[in-house]
Design a protein. Structure first.
Length: 399
């Protein structure tokens, strides 16, 4: 890969001794000896995502009017795609008949009943799918939302700090995110329209990468408050804090399973970064990928059957997906650009991700790297969702 550093969308921290270039700066835990940077994660051949460089305070601007530039653009199908793995044919259950007593004949009325009106079923409105993401298109990284067709682009946060890693609540009414507006990174939550901002954590360490429990009552996140990165969980309103991992290695990027029983995360406890799955109380962590290259940023499909993740096992960063029991693996993207931070659509037929594939030289574009939000069909073919010269990162799909 090129010499530009790549931080995986709020995930890779840049070491000052070994690295320089376009790396998206990430906070480190408090103790220098255990900084995420010295884990040398960014020293692989793969580059880093762009830096969230602090910029002057911006005055609030009105909601953007959607323009044609953010309309999804069909792109050529990625080459040599391996189709998303499946668990095989679905068996149709065979109904078992239970013997019943012979019904007795009864004299029936000769009157013709008056037909009753058939009630008209009430249709449940289907929510418009939305994408939340972080972008520095207005000078520094803020949280934006848009429809999945790129329309109704709306900026939700207005702060000179860096906001990133948005995560929708299960009911779509709130968005949790990370922000360093108070100095270190903390977890905040706001209404889906940007109102009602609440700070949930206030630690001397950095708290990042929130993910909601399916019932909306708890939020898991990565924290450096203990000197190395661990997975914590708290109540959705703050408080009730618990360390789930308690491991000397770096544990990051939690993702709560749709059934609420497990949390996926990535960890370098075997030397390289792999995808792990543990119970929600932190017990029984299992290495799901166990590969010598890096596998990061897990994301569950809405039915819980698959886990997508980013990996550099092919020499650059691509999106893969595996069955949730890790028995089968498939490659979803195949492009010389950097594809990162997957998030599933509710139909489980598409996976959105951030990528710099539109750069003429994605490995060496430095701090000017342009990142866009794309999605890939699990059967092949990609569509660009944003089209802006800035950096659009950290996509999160809802519902």
């Amino acid at each position: 890969m090129g010499t530009n550093l790549r931080s995986i969308a709020g995930f890779l921290l840049v070491t000052a001794l070994l690295l320089a270039g376009c790396g998206r700066a990430q906070p480190t835990p408090d103790l220098a000896a255990t900084e995420r940077a010295v884990e040398s994660r960014a020293t692989l051949s793969a580059g880093t995502l762009p830096s969230r460089t602090p910029s002057p305070t911006l005055s609030p601007v009105p909601t953007e009017t959607p323009t044609a530039t953010d309309t999804p653009t069909p792109q050529p199908t990625d080459t040599a795609i391996v189709i998303l793995p499946t668990s095989g044919a679905v068996e149709t259950p065979t109904a078992t008949l239970t013997a019943t007593s012979t019904p007795q004949l009864r004299r029936t009325s000769t009157r013709t009943p008056t037909p009753s009106a058939t009630p008209t079923p009430t249709e449940t409105p289907v929510p418009e799918p939305r994408i939340a993401f972080a972008s520095n298109r207005d000078g520094n990284f803020e949280i934006y939302v848009m429809n999945e067709d790129g329309s109704e682009l709306t900026r939700l946060t207005f702060d000179s700090g860096e906001d990133g890693s948005p995560a929708w609540s299960p009911d779509g009414t709130r968005i949790a995110f990370e922000s360093n507006r108070a100095g270190q990174y903390d977890i905040y939550v706001m209404n889906a329209d940007g109102t009602g901002l609440t700070r949930l954590t206030d630690s001397v360490g950095n708290d990042m990468y929130p993910t909601w429990s399916p019932d909306g009552t708890r939020i898991a996140f990565a924290s450096g408050r203990d000197g190395n990165w661990e997975i914590y969980v708290m109540n959705a309103g703050g408080g009730g804090l618990a360390n789930l991992t308690n491991n000397a290695a770096e544990d990051y990027s939690p993702a709560w399973s749709p059934d609420g029983a497990h949390i996926a995360f990535d960890s370098n406890r075997t030397g390289d970064y792999d995808i792990y799955v543990m119970n929600i109380d932190g017990t029984n962590p299992v290495n799901m990928t166990n590969h010598p290259d890096w596998d990061v940023h897990p994301s569950w499909s809405s039915d819980g059957g698959h886990i997508a993740f980013a990996t550099d096992r092919d020499g650059d960063w691509e999106i893969y997906a595996m069955l949730s029991d890790a028995s089968k693996l498939g490659r979803l993207t195949d492009h010389p650009g950097e594809d990162d931070h997957p998030t599933w659509a509710v139909d489980d037929a598409r996976v959105a991700f951030a990528t710099n594939r539109d750069e003429p030289d994605p490995d060496n574009c430095g701090s000017s790297c342009n990142y866009e939000i794309y999605f890939v069909y699990t059967v092949g073919g990609v569509v660009r969702m944003t089209n802006n010269p800035a950096q659009d990162l950290d996509p999160a799909w809802w519902p």
